[in-house]
Design a protein around this ligand. Sequence first.
Ligand code: F6R
Length: 247
Amino acid sequence: PVTVFDNKKSAEKSVAARIAALIKSKQANGETAVLGLATGATPIGVYKELVRLHKEEGLSFKNVVTFNLDEYYPMQPDAVQSYVRFMKEQLFDHIDILPENIHIPDGTLPKEKVVEFCLAYEQKISDVGGIDLQILGIGRTGHIGFNEPGSAPNSGTRLVTLADLTRRDASYDFGGKENVPTKAITMGVGTIFKAREVILMAWNLKKAAIVKQAAEGEISSDVPATYLQLSDKAEFVLDADAASALT
Ligand code: F6R
């Protein structure tokens, strides 16, 4: 399914409201809500709204467990481009989530520990009962998480090589493409689709072409986001600009 909002703000509010409703319904039953989270520009407004719901409307995150999609490799957690730092600044430092409930791929691991870490990450997700709701952005290569073109539908958490376009798109943040790491640790396509609900968000005209391919193009590993078409629990949430190329 595809849902188009007039503007980004109302789309962000709607996604944040769905997350809040999930958290509250789990709270009412004494259960944990397991969220799969993304970084980048796309989810920032959703996180802002969640912080507002916490501060102004008493939404508590005490029963929330989170798993982030990805992290650059290598990456120190306090570096400005780190997704650990991003999540703290955009969300975690402003809510009452328990630090032990936060999971983000570790960009500091020695190479020989990465496989073990990735398997343990998958295990931790299943140990808490799986992800209830996974939110995604989409890269201009069609990546979800850092699952670049060529990623298999059953792929798990692993070390991957970033596409050239992805590194170019990140070059501003790193002060030049040559400073963008060539690798990342990402949840796999298979990991993402084990979630009980998946929401891919996209805003702005610069995403219109890839959104069209993802939502209407031939399903292929060339554009990993096309895998969303195969799942009725996956949804595109778009603003009018990102949806503007759809037929
Ligand atoms: C980030 C992630 C990526 C981004 C995508 C879009 O955790 O997994 O797939 O969602 O690169 O990035 P933005 O939102 O910056 O356009």
